[in-house]
Design a protein around this ligand. Structure first.
Ligand SMILES: O=P(O)(O)OC[C@H]1O[C@H](OP(=O)(O)OP(=O)(O)O)[C@H](O)[C@@H]1O
Ligand SMILES: Nc1ncnc2[nH]cnc12
Length: 181
């Protein structure tokens, strides 16, 4: 576990039974409101990825953008938004998936990456893994390589890490929650 993990985890608020009964929603807004903790998160990720020779950081709409954009800026690499369906104006590839509390579809512009680009995929949270898996499939379909998928929060009991293992993409989670927490 990273030395900052526990501090960052303490900044995440659990809202029980939202947006549906039985879901423990892990709310990252307290961390974002705390400048020194938000900086700690971005610095931790910069440190992890600065020597990986990335070409791009791709991040998932919407909460993934909050982490992915400052990280891409700090690393000096491209930022690529993986958007919810119907938001990207140019030609796209798309993939549908299930969420812990619903269904969604994500899209990427077909010219998002150079062939063989090394891409880090970022989101705020890994639950069942459907979102990141859809993002990985789209990035790979465009001929780029996902070197890792990184999240601030991993919900350990929802099987996301196992789902992504099947795609042979390494997963980095800054902190993890069990259902009982
Ligand atoms: O691992 P999964 O089961 O796929 O779930 C994780 C996804 O769910 C949340 O996004 P949501 O679709 O609620 O969108 P938002 O970022 O727009 O709030 C979260 O930000 C992840 O993207
Ligand atoms: N429990 C949860 N908390 C926050 N975001 C989520 N996305 C999917 N499941 C979630």
């Amino acid at each position: 576990m990273h030395p900052y993990s526990q501090d960052l985890k303490q900044q995440i608020r659990t809202v029980r039974d939202w947006p549906k009964t039985g879901v423990n929603f892990r709310d990252i807004t307290p961390l974002l409101q705390n400048p020194s903790q938000f900086r700690k998160l971005i610095d931790l990720l910069v440190h992890r990825y600065q020597s990986m020779h990335l070409d791009a950081v791709a991040a998932v709409d919407a909460r993934g953008f909050i982490i992915g954009a400052p990280l891409a800026y700090a690393l000096g690499v491209s930022f690529v938004p993986v958007r919810k369906s119907g938001k990207l104006p140019f030609s796209t590839v798309k993939s549908a998936y299930n969420l812990e509390y619903g269904q969604a579809e994500v899209e990427l512009h077909t010219d998002a990456f150079a062939a063989g680009a090394k891409v880090l995929l970022i989101d705020d949270l890994l639950a069942t893994g459907g979102t990141l898996l859809a993002g990985i499939e789209l990035i790979q379909a465009l001929g780029a390589q996902v070197v890792e998928a990184a999240v601030l929060v991993e919900l350990s009991e929802l099987g996301g890490r196992e789902k992504l293992a099947a795609a042979k993409v390494p997963v980095f989670g800054v902190c993890a929650f069990n259902e009982s927490e």
